[in-house]
Design a binder for this molecule. Structure first.
Ligand code: SAH
Length: 362
């Protein structure tokens, strides 16, 4: 049994069933055996491959968007460049290569990486060692100093704890994880109820057993981003898999060595994520004071940002084999049946900040 499974069972025995949010937070963040706390899960030998690990073109195009946002902000003399959950640091390294084409941006930027895993912080430090900006590591967004900001987050919000509620004969109850007669982890309906005010419109008539999800941790960050954007100006790019309109459904999933796994089978050893509710994220950012630009799919964002042109330049003078591999990367990132449609890109800014390739928020 894993350390984390043991801890979870002991806690349930002592305190009773735990929420899905507590389960997720423990599996991912437990300092002794949590998924991110103890390993580097990315790449071929890990559990999943993220867009920056698929191709350098992803980080480069995100970097180009950031550089044009810096220009749209009037090239401030001091700007906080922030990344949430930088993984191996690959996206930031690719972004900084492109940012270097606009020397004023690099000169003005201080780099802040929000990362809780000591193991990944070390990896990020190594990846960024040769770049012109040295990172400061922060535990939470609240530690980012005041001032204008440019923020990127790829596959970060899906790792934040969600709550689930299940419709029973007695109303919507929080879905919890307890122990069955054999002492194994099992899902059940807890005693906590969903406040009526939080029930999304149109869901009152759902059949029994329907599950809905809430993401207070993600929404709180989005709202705080909105507050900062309204106060100091800036631009935020959030890329993740998720849905654009609130809808019922159980999106909690476990991935273990590239294969979908039972959510309760390998706590701490499998990656656990939930799809991001972009509507809720946008509503929270607006509440904080941000302008929300109409979201795009990752495929549209990359193609409008010049993915094909970048692929052409990168492939020029290379062997057929290398060109073939660049073509595969383009497919992987942008094709609708691969990452192109499931992944969405949400852009937030302060007032009067055009953010190509997004449409104006006004
Ligand atoms: N952006 C990277 C990695 C995505 S995986 C990429 O695209 O490859 C999620 C990242 O978020 C990991 O670096 C993980 O350690 C970090 N993370 C997860 N939960 C976090 C939290 N609550 N606070 C800060 N970082 C977190």
């Amino acid at each position: 049994m894993t350390v984390v499974k043991e801890k979870i069972k002991a806690r349930i025995m002592a305190e009773g069933p735990m929420s899905v949010a507590q389960y997720m937070a423990t599996c991912l963040g437990d300092p002794d055996g949590g998924y991110y706390a103890t390993r580097d899960p990315f790449g071929r030998d890990g559990d999943f491959i993220t867009a920056p690990e698929v191709s350098q073109m992803f980080g480069e195009l995100v970097g180009a968007a950031c550089a044009s946002a810096y220009q749209a902000l009037g090239e401030p003399e001091q700007i906080n460049l922030v990344e949430f959950g930088p993984g191996r640091g690959t996206l930031m390294a690719d972004l900084l290569r492109v940012a270097a084409l606009r020397p004023a941006f690099l000169k003005s930027a201080s780099l802040h990486l929000i990362e809780t895993s000591p193991h990944l912080r070390k990896k990020q430090q190594e990846t960024l060692a040769k770049t012109p900006l040295q990172p400061a590591f922060l535990d939470t967004f609240l530690d980012v100093p005041d001032g204008p900001l440019i923020v990127v987050a790829n596959e970060f919000f899906d790792a934040l704890p969600i709550h689930q509620f299940i419709k029973t004969e007695h109303g919507w109850h929080e879905r919890v994880i307890g122990l069955n007669d054999a002492g194994e982890l099992t899902f059940g309906a807890g005693t906590a109820r969903m406040p009526r005010s939080e029930l999304p419109a149109g869901l009152a008539e759902c059949p029994l057993g329907t599950i809905i999800e809430t993401q207070p941790a993600a929404n709180a960050i989005a709202q705080e981003l909105g507050v900062r954007l309204a106060r100091y100006g800036g631009a935020v790019l959030i890329v993740d898999y998720g849905y654009l309109k609130t809808a019922p459904g159980d999106t909690l999933q476990a991935l273990y060595k590239h294969v979908y796994d039972d959510v309760l089978a390998h706590p701490g050893d499998a990656d656990l994520t939930a799809h991001v509710n972009f509507e809720a994220l946008a509503t929270s950012a607006i509440k904080g004071g941000a302008k929300v630009h109409p979201p795009m799919t990752q495929g549209d964002f990359l193609l409008r940002s010049g993915l094909l042109e970048r692929a052409g330049t990168l492939g020029a003078g290379k062997t057929h084999l290398e060109q073939e591999s660049i073509r595969n990367e383009v497919e992987r990132l942008a094709a609708p049946d691969q990452m192109g449609s499931l992944f969405k890109v949400l852009a937030l800014t302060g007032e009067n900040c055009p953010f190509p390739p997004f449409d104006s928020a006004d």
